[in-house]
Design a protein around this ligand. Structure first.
Ligand SMILES: Cc1cc2nc3c(=O)[nH]c(=O)nc-3n(C[C@H](O)[C@H](O)[C@H](O)COP(=O)(O)O)c2cc1C
Length: 189
């Protein structure tokens, strides 16, 4: 059993996975734990779709890449333009060939949706580490617009993907990238 500080230290962005499936019951346990995350007014707006199929994930990756490249071409994104070069690489899979992706989805009408889903994502990422799994939030994989693919993911009308979380057994856990010290603006006593 990991201590909480160990859990925090081992929660790294994982982009290289063992060729091993994530059992469905483990994903369910993780999602169950994620329901303990706080949400505004305890509204609990997060919905989840889970994809374990590599072919489907490849199609979703291609769709997201194409839409993002289109946004870059039309100057419709504030993302760093350097991403465009990576996205043009046919072999680049935005989900890093992970065996499983959990899409966190919610209604566009919820004002606090991004914050609520981000908190659920944190719980998912920490719960996964506690089970020997690795994760990474992959924003580049959230640009799914094709109606058929949206329907396949079960995304209801008026809802959107907030956070695709890739999940699998890590090949290794990298050291944490450098962090600066907390920038405390004031302590008023
Ligand atoms: C909102 C958000 C979006 C992210 N999107 C991507 C992404 O599209 N692709 C990727 O490889 N990593 C993505 N990451 C992972 C970050 O790059 C990573 O968390 C950061 O470099 C810190 O590394 P660490 O998670 O190991 O501490 C994202 C993280 C967050 C929180």
């Amino acid at each position: 059993m990991m201590t909480f500080p160990e859990l925090l230290k081992n929660r790294r962005a994982i982009r290289d996975f063992q060729d091993k499936e994530v059992p469905a019951n483990v994903v369910e346990e993780i999602l169950q734990e994620s329901t303990l995350a706080p949400s505004a007014s305890n509204n609990q707006p997060c919905r989840f779709s889970i994809v374990n199929c590599k072919n489907t994930l490849k199609a979703l990756s291609d769709e997201s890449k194409a839409n993002l490249l289109d946004d870059f071409a039309k100057n419709k994104t504030s993302l760093n333009p350097s991403y465009a070069e990576v996205l043009k690489d046919k072999n680049f899979n935005v989900y890093y060939n992970a065996p499983c992706v959990i899409y966190i989805i919610g209604s566009k009408s919820v004002g606090s949706l991004d914050v609520d889903c981000a908190l659920a994502a944190s719980y998912i990422m920490l719960s996964a580490v506690n089970r020997g799994l690795g994760t990474c939030w992959v924003h580049l994989g959230s640009y799914i617009r094709d109606p058929q693919l949206k329907a396949l993911l079960g995304i209801p009308d008026g809802c959107r993907i907030v956070a695709p979380i890739i999940i699998g057994y890590p090949k290794e856990i990298p050291a944490a990238s450098e962090r600066h010290a907390p920038q405390i603006l004031r302590v008023i006593s």
